[in-house]
Design a protein around this ligand. Sequence first.
Ligand code: AMP
Length: 375
Amino acid sequence: MFTLDETNRPTLSAGGQIEQIGLSPKLVARDADGTVLLRRDWENNTSLDHAALLKELFDWGVDHLGDREVIAIGHRVVHGGTRFAAPCLIDAEVLHALDDLCSLAPLHQPHNLAGIRAVNAIAPDLPQIACFDTAFHHDRAAVATRFAIPRALHEQGIRRYGFHGLSYEYIARRLREIDPAMAEGRVIVAHLGNGASLCGIREGRSVDTTMGFTALDGLMMGTRSGAIDPGVILHFQTALGMSAAEVEDLLYKRSGLLGVSGISSDMRALAASNAVEAEEAIELFAWRAAREAGGLMSSLEGLDGLVFTAGIGENNAGIRTRICQRLAWTGLVLDEAANIRGEAIISAPESAVTVRIIRTDEERMIALHTIRVLG
Ligand code: AMP
């Protein structure tokens, strides 16, 4: 929740999340300093849906804002397909078009749209803005969007879209403010969280990214496999007799750091473990990230800057070291002391690649888009 000053600059008033909808829902809201303002837990309450929980949040939000008025709600929508290249006001026609995209992101898009519908029911006249995770990648060269499959399928939308766009857009924007020279160059942003991807950005625009048709592609993640030989999936189905639902569950929920370590999907837990399997999972995570970075360097035709962001990228010095060591051939020289302290710049002065840590802020990006669309 952001409030606006007289110049329309957004200031964070409260942030939080609703989790485990349909299981044991939890709602938490914190102020800008992280102090908990609201915490509600509903143990084993499977009947509380998006609409009921959003009503709870909305009522609290209106109360929290006091005499300030809610002027709009911005939504993160995972998939904008080929049509939505920029944030837009949601009306019935847009909502219908977004419904049609559910088949491209069945695990995420229906939940995003449920949130929009819930707000529609609570406050039908309140403007709602959709901000797409795919939009930042919309204008990449055609070659970066194509799979080597029959072209009719590409026309049907089976193509590489890319995700985490709101995070990349925020970082590109922030870079323009703090390091205009780097922002004009060739930069890889490593968004390393539970979900993880890399984006090659040149002059502030996405050139190539590791996620493709779905957010399953590319890097190894907390519980997701990342890119995998498609023949393995055929093998699961034909030789092991797995159903599509079982393959989906395996690749989205039981793979990645969790699958390889057999311990946890959480990098902090793995870093604290002495188990060989934890070390193997961490090393594979870093190896895969460095390998994909090499691919993006080809797309970018070089590299001037590297930015680490999201939970692991912002906080885990060990992972940053492993990835940077694997990229030493580029002339990248890490300043290990600065890295351990988590400073803004963690490369040495003589490094051919400037390495930065920037905290991502997707919510602020959504707020900025919402203000802009409202005009
Ligand atoms: P995210 O999805 O961006 O919230 O990132 C979640 C991942 O970041 C998990 O693997 C966490 O272990 C890791 N992470 C978050 N905070 C920290 C921290 N302070 N130190 C190390 N790892 C962290």
